[in-house]
Ligand binder design. Structure first.
Ligand code: F6R
Ligand code: MG
Ligand code: MG
Length: 365
């Protein structure tokens, strides 16, 4: 049975500030998706949130990039924007960059991760959703899951994973893509994906079966809009168990609260803190950045779940470490490397300050 799993998200208004989603927005989105399920456009769905981002998790049989599914998501976000407007939430319609829908939400502001597959005997999927960070945040964990034997012992001792995985990497500045085979080409792969503001892992495939293993949203809002409109707050779908990494191998990379771009005004480096959905409330200096993980079993496209995977106590140390790293980074105030390098900052006053002071600069000999 061919199933498409689509995760489409947008920030259409925050409560309070950029720290949370108002329950009325989730309720409105639920109305739209209930109707779509009744009309059989969707097999199943869940509406959730990560911080100020509204998340639509949908299963259907229409394939990826389907116009009807994308229009459903767009119309839902537009209607939720009206709810946000009435409540005078903050940043109303923030991620809706176009006036009208034109066939596909990609390039219009919302983030999209979708994959189509034949449902296995037991289809385990984990959906990661992040707030206050950018699309490149998935590079490090995807590398660890699918290419690092210190994370994923299955690469070494499981027959069905031993041939490795291939990585589809997008160069979002030059708008082109390239594939790398792991483990053979990991040194070349890391040259690129170690620079996550430009090179992003879009998808991962099982080399032997060519099955899709993972896919992420790689839209960069700032590049689409040509100006700062908020961080991407990306999503990522990972298939698990059997020929893919086990659930524990998929979650293990997040025991390290690694540094990502984002946080306050999208202009800082900070630790990515794994949290339960209800704790995705970035409040300290608008952060630190958060990631949630919802796990499902699929049954004929029905979403059995979610289990809130990072609610587990074994992620307490990662959260403690994230808070310690947050204190350490914050102590740097407006200095790099807490503050992002000039070209990556989402807010800057440099052009105005430079213009004002141009006449006071004196050339050095
Ligand atoms: C970061 C983020 C927030 C805002 C900050 C200022 O992604 O969303 O840190 O940048 O709260 O927000 P505005 O400019 O909307 O007042
Ligand atoms: Mg926001
Ligand atoms: Mg957000």
């Amino acid at each position: 049975m061919n199933i498409t799993l689509s995760v489409i998200k947008a920030d259409v208004g925050g409560y309070v500030g950029h720290s949370e989603s108002h329950p009325d927005l989730l309720a409105k989105a639920d109305e739209w998706l209930t109707r779509a399920k009744r009309e059989k456009l969707l097999v199943d769905y869940r509406v959730t949130k990560c911080g100020d981002d509204l998340q639509l998790i949908m299963t259907h049989q229409n394939g990826v990039d389907n116009e009807k599914i994308h229009k459903l998501a767009w119309d839902t976000f537009v209607d939720c924007t009206e709810v946000a407007r009435k409540l005078k939430l903050h940043g109303v319609g923030q991620d809706l960059l176009a006036d009208a829908f034109s066939g596909n939400v990609k390039g219009m502001g919302p983030g999209v991760a979708e994959m189509e597959f034949v449902e296995r005997e037991a289809e385990t999927v984990i959906i990661f959703m992040a707030d206050k960070t950018s699309s490149g945040a998935w590079n490090l964990p995807l590398y660890k899951m699918f290419a690092d034997p210190f994370n994923t012992i299955g690469l070494v001792i499981a027959e069905n994973m031993h041939d490795g995985f291939s990585f589809e990497v997008h160069d979002i500045k030059e708008h082109r893509k390239i594939n790398f085979n792991a483990p053979d080409e990991i040194y070349d792969l890391l040259v690129f994906i170690g620079a996550p503001s430009r090179f992003m892992v879009k998808a991962v495939y099982h080399r032997k079966t060519k099955e899709i293993a993972a896919t992420s949203s790689t839209q960069r809002l700032a590049l689409i809009a040509g100006r700062y409109v908020g961080k991407d707050d990306p999503v990522c779908i990972v298939r698990s168990q059997g020929q893919f990494p086990a659930v524990g191998e998929v979650l293990e990379p997040f025991t390290l609260p690694f540094l990502v771009e984002g946080w306050m005004r999208g202009s800082h480096h900070g630790p990515l803190m794994p949290v339960a959905t209800e704790d995705s409330t970035p409040t300290r200096f608008d952060g630190p950045p958060r990631v949630i993980a919802l796990g499902f079993q699929l049954s004929g496209g029905k979403l059995v779940g979610p289990r809130d995977m990072f609610a587990d106590k074994s992620f307490d140390n990662a959260r403690k470490q994230a808070n310690d790293v947050a204190d350490f980074m914050r102590a740097h105030g407006p200095f790099e490397p807490h503050r992002l390098p000039l070209e990556e900052m989402e807010y800057t006053t440099m052009p105005q300050v430079m213009e004002k002071l141009e006449g006071r600069f004196v050339h050095l000999d």
